[in-house]
Design a protein around this ligand. Structure first.
Ligand SMILES: Cc1cc2nc3c(=O)[nH]c(=O)nc-3n(C[C@H](O)[C@H](O)[C@H](O)COP(=O)(O)O)c2cc1C
Length: 219
């Protein structure tokens, strides 16, 4: 399937069926996770059948249901962690989508249980739930494109593909606080503030690169 089609199908899903992930899907997810960890130096973990992280907390109603499987986005602590987790986490999200699963990024509302997944010198950036959704979710509302893409001259076809992909990407509270600039044939992406915007930046850079074929990482 074309990567843009996959991105079009992906929406945040917070309620899942009470149905365990079959072994063949788990091993496909683990294979992708191992590849991500080997490439990035992160230590992303796939936690299964664990209800505490998203089970709802005292006095609070949780938007999540049966969210018992999730990726713990762990890596060496430091300023680069969030953006890297954004990039590799979205690669996992799209792999899960390709396998017929649903996901949701969670940076704000998971239980303290998740701290257990970090070791010495490591930090947890966020988690990503994964499972068979009760529904496929719904498309988010987009903010205006105009301040988010700055193009010197005429935008080539690959840039337009990248732009479409970026507007389909998940961002924290759907804030879409980023800017892509095309200058001298090169793409520069930056975040423009907001919550968890370094994670968002990694996610939108992944979408742009996967759809356009032009790497905009500059790492
Ligand atoms: C970095 C990040 C953190 C997020 N944190 C949460 C969260 O704590 N709780 C939640 O319900 N949704 C969370 N989301 C999901 C966003 O609300 C969602 O991606 C956004 O509204 C766009 O919708 P879509 O993913 O369906 O396109 C997060 C998304 C991202 C990218």
């Amino acid at each position: 399937m074309d990567i843009l089609e996959l991105m079009e199908k992906r929406h945040s899903v917070r309620r899942y069926l009470d149905k365990p992930l079959p072994e063949e899907l788990l091993s496909a997810l683990r294979a992708e996770l191992d590849a991500c960890n080997a490439e990035s130096g992160l230590r992303i973990q796939l936690i299964t059948d664990e209800p505490k992280a998203l089970g709802g907390f005292k006095g609070k109603i949780s938007a999540f249901r049966n969210a018992v499987n999730y990726f713990a986005m762990v890596g060496p602590e430091g300023p680069a962690l969030d953006e890297k987790c954004g990039w590799y986490g979205e690669r996992l999200v799209l792999k899960a989508q390709e396998l017929g699963l649903n996901t949701c990024w969670i940076a704000g509302s998971y239980g303290s249980k998740c701290r257990e997944y970090t070791g010495e010198g490591e930090d947890l950036s966020c988690i990503i739930s994964v499972g068979f959704g009760e529904t496929q979710g719904t498309p988010h509302k987009n903010k205006p494109e105009e301040p988010r893409f700055v193009v010197e001259g005429e935008a080539p076809e690959w840039f337009e593909r990248g732009k479409r992909a970026v507007m389909l990407a998940p961002t924290a509270i759907n804030q879409q606080k980023f800017r892509f600039t095309l200058r001298g044939g090169e793409v520069f992406a930056e975040e423009t503030g907001g919550f968890f915007s370094k994670i968002d930046l990694g996610i939108v850079k992944y979408h742009f690169t996967a759809a356009s074929g032009v790497d905009c990482r500059h790492w």
